[in-house]
Design a protein around this ligand. Structure first.
Ligand code: V47
Length: 404
């Protein structure tokens, strides 16, 4: 497969505005230093009011505090300065096209080998059908990711995007983690840049943030050996940003990593955003042990979830958004997290294969209705705003939707 570099779709305008990248001026009325009980948090509040960047030591103090109220006040203040009382959600559909994967990461319950019980791969026709259903349900986004399929050729993926784009020109295609992009580069014998150009020409709109896990060699070698290392993940997102693609970032926390390693992960993301902006949001993914090789671990507590979301908001001063992916944090905690720095709850999702919790729906059908998402946001005192993948406001009328 060859790719025309002459037709290279380079970014012509800055990908992110200065307002998106800058740490905002806080409203002093939203921070009351006198009310901060933990003395370790007071110098952090002063730094935030002065729009100074937080250090790794500050990050650790935020994790270690028992003064949850003040942590919420600090993260909430940054969130209010950036987004006011807006809380974003989208109408989307996740499509996990196959769980057949060349890797066997210990944290992952999703992966199967071909022929193993539970292994599946959707045909392109099945994916078109799912896209048709999503479009009919009013979705603005398809989030398409899967395992590293050992045999599908690269043109299967470009053809998939080309046909989806033709069939549903309005649906944003947010597809393929950096791990899949690296895999495509190997199977197609193309550079990462050529792969991204080919996918962009086929209809790729942006990249999701998956596959980052924890940017640390110790954790990598113990839990996801064989997977792309942190420098590879970061390089792929850098290349995507340079080509004019916005991307998201994740961190998978609550397994064998330390809090210090999490902070270092966030700092690496912050540094890349300074050097090559293009990240829209951080999605801290709360580890779900069920069914994985790490099922003996307890997984993060609610308190740790809330802290991780708040610390992400405070450390990532150049990231516009913090998303609680309710599939991982649960919808109840995601609602509470709106007071701890979170401004986005992801979306309706519908089907999600990568993690399945026991109990509840207990299967792959994991769906929120728009009415429920809006109800929870309003109850928490925020204004529900439907967004598209690029965080533009979506307006609806009886005949369809458009970007405001
Ligand atoms: O890459 C795998 C993680 C990710 C488990 O970009 C697990 O908008 C928890 O990246 N427990 C996929 N997490 C999900 C993802 C994502 C989700 C929502 C929105 C966006 C976005 C991205 O899920 C994987 C991996 O890091 N994961 N296994 C587990 N047991």
């Amino acid at each position: 497969m060859t790719t025309s570099l002459a037709a290279e779709p380079f970014a012509t305008a800055p990908l992110m505005s200065a307002a998106e990248l800058q740490s905002p001026a806080l409203d002093p009325a939203t921070i009351s230093i006198a009310d901060i009980r933990d003395p370790a948090l007071r110098p952090i509040a002063i730094k935030l009011l002065a729009r100074e960047r937080l250090s790794a030591t500050d990050g650790m103090a935020l994790f270690e505090t028992r003064d949850l109220h003040s942590l919420g006040m600090l993260a909430g203040s940054v969130r209010l300065a950036r987004h006011g009382r807006n809380a974003f959600y989208n109408i989307n559909r996740h499509i996990n096209y196959s769980n057949i994967c060349a890797l066997s990461c210990k944290f992952c319950e999703f992966h199967r080998k071909r022929g193993e019980e539970g292994a599946y791969e959707y045909s392109a026709e099945k994916i078109f059908e799912m896209a048709d259903q999503a479009a009919l349900a009013g979705a603005t986004e398809l989030h398409i990711v899967g395992g590293l399929h050992p045999w599908l050729p690269f043109n299967w993926y470009t053809d998939l995007l080309t046909h989806l784009r033709r069939r549903h020109p309005k649906l944003h295609l947010k597809c393929f983690t950096a791990i899949e992009i690296d895999h495509f580069s190997r199977i197609a014998r193309l550079s990462v840049k050529e792969v991204l150009i080919a996918l962009k020409q086929a209809g790729l709109g942006s990249m999701p943030g998956g596959g980052a896990e924890v940017f640390d060699d110790r954790v990598h070698d113990e839990v996801f050996k064989g997977k792309l290392r942190s420098d590879g993940w970061l390089d792929i997102h850098r290349t995507a940003h340079e080509l004019g693609l916005r991307t998201n970032a994740t961190i998978l926390y609550g397994h064998i990593e330390t809090r210090r390693e999490r902070i270092e992960h966030l700092i690496k993301l912050r540094e890349l955003q300074d050097a090559a902006p293009g990240f829209q949001c951080i999605i801290p993914l709360s580890f779900v042990p069920d069914g994985s090789e790490l099922a003996h671990l307890p997984g993060p507590t609610g308190l740790e979830d809330i802290k991780m979301l708040a610390v992400s908001r405070l450390m990532l001063d150049n990231f516009p958004h913090v998303k609680a992916f309710w599939i991982m944090q649960t919808m109840k905690l995601s609602q509470v997290s709106l007071n701890f720095g979170v401004d986005d709850l992801d979306g309706t999702v519908v089907w999600y294969d990568i993690t399945k919790r026991e109990g509840g729906l207990g299967n792959r059908h994991q769906e929120q209705t728009v009415d429920n998402i809006r109800r929870l946001i309003v109850e928490a005192g925020y204004l529900p705003v439907e967004r598209d993948t690029l965080y533009r406001r979506v307006e609806r009328n009886p005949t369809g939707w458009h970007i405001a």
